[in-house]
Each structure stands twice: as structure tokens, then as C-alpha cells.
Design a protein around this ligand. Structure first.
Ligand SMILES: *Cc1c(COP(=O)(O)O)cnc(C)c1O
Length: 371
């Protein structure tokens, strides 16, 4: 029997983390006076450490992931009327970012049973107006970056790789975020590395990095990350690998405990996914299940569940060029349930307790599904 009784509140770790290393790092920067300019040493150090951790040549620190995406679209020369391909299920700010630089979003479906772009469809969406693909790794699911990179190269269009949810994940031995012409990180308050707000552009092409500088320096930076934020982030780069390993172990444990479940169905794992990480753990609920009720029951049990994104399905057909019916994107928008990563840094006993409570929700709502 677990020591956490079924009626106890769940002892989940806090996020953002309040480690001594973060507090010390910020205090050092304050005491050194290195926090009164746009070119703080701490920020330079962070940029160079990110460049080596993510195996890229250039890093531009930004005020948010959203700002980084907007600057990236400018840096790869998305111009008014040029088309940018993205999935019908994605972070809602991404489609807005495309529109904010005057680009035209073109929507393709997600891969069946996963939350990422269906790479098979991308080639069919490319035409003479296409200038970029914007694709996100979501909920620990990594899109096929190797293939999407090859498609982008073949058609001489840019790939912007949104790695805001997967700091420290890798695919085929290369860091997620290093496959795109621009890779994007967010350091928003809930993210796996955080400074409350912040982001970064990861680049290896000199000309793209130069254009990013042109777009961002006017002449002071439009969306800077300050020395205090950089100081908060520096120690997190060191703890990231161990914490990601702990997250993977926790997800493995949850998958194991929930294996008999017909409600808590994980996406099928792809071979390359052993090196992923999790900002959210996600499930696809069976069709007839009342998602609101499931989420409410989870929240009542102290489990940080939510519905994920809405997806672009409703607006897409009216406003954007779309490929096909976007059926899978619709399923992502309607049937996903996501759980915050805080759970994954809890100890094994708490993880088991979360699994038990999730199974209890299943019993309470009485799922009847085929297959
Ligand atoms: C959080 C997030 C963003 C935006 O980051 P902000 O720093 O909040 O602007 C973009 N894409 C994805 C997939 C995200 O999860």
C-alpha cells in the first residue's frame, strides 16, 4: 500500500524550481552589478552554453518563445503572402505569429494517434509560394525531424523547429532544436527551463543569424532577455539532463501502471523517442468519454490535468488553405487530456498514487469502449 492515502493531497514538487543554485546565481549577478545592460555577461555565457548544449553556431536570447518564433519567421524571410505550413493542432500562438509577419498559414493534418505534424502530408502542401514549415514537438512526441529536414532541403524552404516543450530531448543523436534553420526554445514560467518569461533562437546559418539580428536590433533589442533571467537559467542547464532522465523514468512507470487501462491510452511510441522529454504527458480519450468530467475528477484528486490546445480545425476551413479533412487534428483538439510535468519529478510512491487515482477515475466513470 502506498503511504499517500487515497484522500491525502498529492505532494507534488513546486514549479518553477526554487533551488539554492538559482538563488545563488541571481544573487551573484546582482552583487557583481552585471544586470544593468542589454549585454550582461550572464546572458553571453548562457548563449554560449546553449550553443554548445544544442550543437548550434548562434544563439539569440529573446523575451519569449513567441517573440523568438516571430523573429525566426522574419529571419527566414517569410514575406507578406508567402505560405507557411503548420499542423492543424499546435500552440495557438504559432499561427498568430505567422499572420503577424503577413504570412499565410497552410494547415496539414497531424500524424494518426500522435500530436505532431504528419510529415507525409507536408510535401503535398508545398507550392511556389511556400517559404517555410513551422513544426512543434508536443507532449513528448517528437516529429520526424530527419525527414522534415530532408523535405525542406529538397524544396529549398526553411524549417522552424519549435522545441519549446522538449528542452534536452534528442532525435537520431542530435538535439531537438538543432534540426531547424531556426530552433525555438521558450523559458516561460511553466517550461522545463524557466526564467518566468524568455526564449531563444538556435541557428547555425550565418546569414539567417544576421537577419535575426537585423530584425531584432532596432537598435536596442525588441525582445531581450536580461542578465537576471540569464542568471536564473544558467544553473538549470546543468540540472536538465538528470531531471529529464527522471521524467522519462516516471513516464515509463506511469505507462506500466496504466497498461490495463482503456481510458488512459498513450500515443504509440516511435523508435527514436527514447531520448525525449515531457512538458506534458498526454492521452487520447476514447470517443464517447466526457472529457470535462475526466479533467474535473483529476483536478479534484489533485492531479494537474487539462485539455491541451483547441487546434485550428474550426477556423482552418474558413480562413486558411488546408490539406484534406484534418480529421486527426480534430481528434487531438477534442480528445486530448494533458498532465503537467510537475508530477514527473515526484518520487515513485507519488507516481504510483497518481496512477491509482487515474485508474479510480476510470472505474468511476465506467468506460465502455471497443478495442
Ligand atoms: C510555450 C510554447 C510556446 C510559446 O512560448 P512563450 O515563451 O510562452 O511565448 C510556443 N510553442 C510551444 C509549443 C509552446 O509550448
Amino acid at each position: 500500500m502506498p503511504h499517500v492515502a487515497s484522500t491525502d493531497s498529492l505532494p507534488l514538487p513546486n514549479w518553477p524550481p526554487a533551488t539554492a543554485a538559482i538563488a545563488d546565481s541571481i544573487r551573484d549577478v546582482v552583487q557583481s552589478g552585471d544586470w544593468g545592460s542589454y549585454t550582461a555577461q550572464a546572458a553571453k555565457l548562457l548563449a554560449s552554453q546553449l550553443a554548445s548544449a544544442f550543437q548550434v553556431e548562434h544563439v539569440r536570447l529573446c523575451g519569449s518563445g513567441t517573440a523568438a518564433i516571430e523573429l525566426a519567421l522574419q529571419a527566414v524571410q517569410v514575406r507578406p503572402e508567402s505560405e507557411v505550413i503548420l499542423a492543424g493542432y499546435d500552440y495557438p500562438g504559432n499561427i498568430r505569429a505567422i499572420e503577424s509577419v503577413g504570412g499565410k498559414p497552410v494547415i496539414v493534418d497531424t500524424q494518426p494517434g500522435r500530436w505532431v505534424i504528419d510529415v507525409d502530408q507536408v510535401e503535398n502542401a508545398i507550392n511556389d509560394s511556400t517559404s517555410a514549415i513551422l513544426a512543434s514537438h508536443l507532449y513528448g512526441n517528437l516529429f520526424d525531424a530527419e525527414r522534415l529536414r530532408a523535405i525542406a532541403d529538397t524544396h529549398r524552404i526553411a524549417l522552424i523547429e519549435d522545441a519549446c516543450q522538449v528542452h534536452g530531448a534528442s532525435l537520431a543523436g542530435r538535439p531537438a532544436g538543432s534540426w531547424g534553420d531556426v530552433g525555438i526554445l521558450s523559458f516561460g514560467g511553466s517550461k522545463l527551463m524557466t526564467s518566468g518569461s524568455g526564449g531563444a533562437m538556435l541557428m547555425s546559418d550565418d546569414r539567417i543569424a544576421q537577419r535575426a539580428t537585423l530584425a531584432a536590433e532596432r537598435p536596442s533589442p525588441v525582445a531581450p532577455l536580461c542578465g537576471l533571467q540569464a542568471a536564473a537559467l544558467l544553473p538549470q542547464l546543468s540540472t536538465l539532463p538528470a531531471w529529464n532522465a527522471q521524467r522519462r523514468v516516471a513516464v515509463g512507470r506511469l505507462k506500466d501502471r496504466l497498461r490495463p487501462s482503456r481510458l488512459w491510452r498513450f500515443a504509440e511510441e516511435t523508435p527514436g523517442e527514447a531520448e525525449t522529454t515531457y512538458f506534458k504527458v498526454a492521452w487520447f480519450l476514447p470517443p464517447a468519454v466526457d472529457r470535462e468530467a475526466v479533467i474535473a475528477a483529476g483536478l479534484a484528486a489533485g492531479i494537474p490535468l487539462g485539455p491541451g490546445f483547441n487546434g485550428f480545425l474550426r477556423r482552418a476551413r474558413r480562413r486558411y488553405r488546408t490539406l484534406g479533412e484534418l480529421r486527426e487534428s480534430g481528434i487531438c483538439g477534442e480528445r486530448s487530456v494533458v498532465m503537467d510535468h510537475r508530477v514527473l519529478l515526484a518520487n515513485a510512491e507519488v507516481i504510483d498514487c497518481v496512477a491509482e487515482r487515474l485508474l479510480a477515475i476510470e472505474n468511476a466513470i465506467g468506460v465502455t469502449v471497443d478495442g
